[in-house]
Design a binder for this molecule. Structure first.
Ligand SMILES: NC(=O)c1ccc[n+]([C@@H]2O[C@H](COP(=O)([O-])OP(=O)(O)OC[C@H]3O[C@@H](n4cnc5c(N)ncnc54)[C@H](O)[C@@H]3O)[C@@H](O)[C@H]2O)c1
Length: 248
């Protein structure tokens, strides 16, 4: 993927990116490392080890839905690096997710899904924020699915947006900013395997900028939101979607 000119602006900073074993999260991890950050690749999937090795980062296996697992990840990160400057709550059940309706999805699947895709971001934030100095920043991964029908997947992303807004108030006093990125259809292995090609093609043909998004498109927004250029921006959700949805 193409990353813009390196600035080194994240030199001496430590970043945790959840769900960074592949897809957009891997793009985030690579972009942060290219800008000088020390990156913790945090994922349930051990493929994250190869990503960490490639970017000179550290892989920590974590289940974002599990309180003890998130606390252990934060403790290991602090032990190794002393502090955590950035947290990117990107992990979600997306690739290979069950396609079902809110009215029929089995409760156990729904509850597991929400524990990862919504509560996971809160769980990891609760484990990490105490270790973040003033000037730190968090980015949550939403989706344009929050603004259109997409069942329990979209509902979890509506929750992510609300969580971002609510937490901005609780964290602002400690000098921690929190925002969200809402990607439109983005070309990752998970999209290729989870969404039928015809549906993606149809969606993309209707976009004002009629191409799929890339992990690099998302990473450009991430780097801005984490940087000091965004120091007065918190509690906001930013679409990176080729103009897919209008928002109030
Ligand atoms: N690709 C798209 O079109 C698109 C669009 C909008 C939003 N998103 C969001 O972007 C993020 C990444 O999407 P992607 O396309 O790279 O998909 P992906 O499935 O490749 O990425 C999700 C990552 O989260 C990890 N994960 C899942 N459950 C976990 C858990 N309990 N604990 C820790 N890690 C866990 C997976 O192993 C995987 O590496 C997701 O939040 C997704 O909802 C994707």
């Amino acid at each position: 993927m193409t990353i813009p000119e390196k600035t080194g602006r994240f030199q001496d900073k430590t970043a945790i990116v959840t769900g960074a074993a592949g897809g957009i999260g891997e793009g985030y991890a690579r972009a942060l490392a290219a800008e000088g950050a020390t990156v913790i690749v945090a994922d349930l999937n051990e493929a994250g080890q190869a990503v960490a090795d490639d970017i000179g980062g550290t892989f920590i296996k974590v289940d974002v839905a599990d309180e003890d697992s998130a606390k252990a990840m934060a403790a290991a990160a602090v032990e190794k690096h002393g502090k955590i400057n950035y947290l990117v709550n990107n992990a979600a059940i997306y690739g290979g997710m069950k396609l079902d309706f809110l009215t029929t999805v089995p409760w156990d699947y729904y509850k597991k899904f929400m524990s990862v895709n919504l509560d996971g971001a809160l769980n990891v934030t609760r484990a990490v924020y105490k270790h973040m100095p003033r000037g730190s920043a968090i980015v949550n991964q939403s989706s344009t699915a929050a603004y259109m029908y997409s069942g329990f997947y979209g509902l979890a992303k509506v929750g992510i947006n609300g969580l971002t807004q609510q937490l901005s108030v609780e964290l602002g006093g400690q000098g921690i900013r929190i925002n969200a990125i809402a990607p439109g259809p983005t070309d990752t292995e998970a999209t290729r395997t989870s969404t039928p090609e015809a549906i993606v093609k149809d969606m993309v043909s209707k976009l004002p900028i009629a191409r799929m998004g890339t992990p690099a498109d998302m990473a450009n927004m991430l780097l801005f939101l984490l940087s000091d250029d965004a120091s007065w921006i918190t509690g906001q959700i930013f679409n990176v979607d080729g103009g897919q949805v209008f928002r109030p």
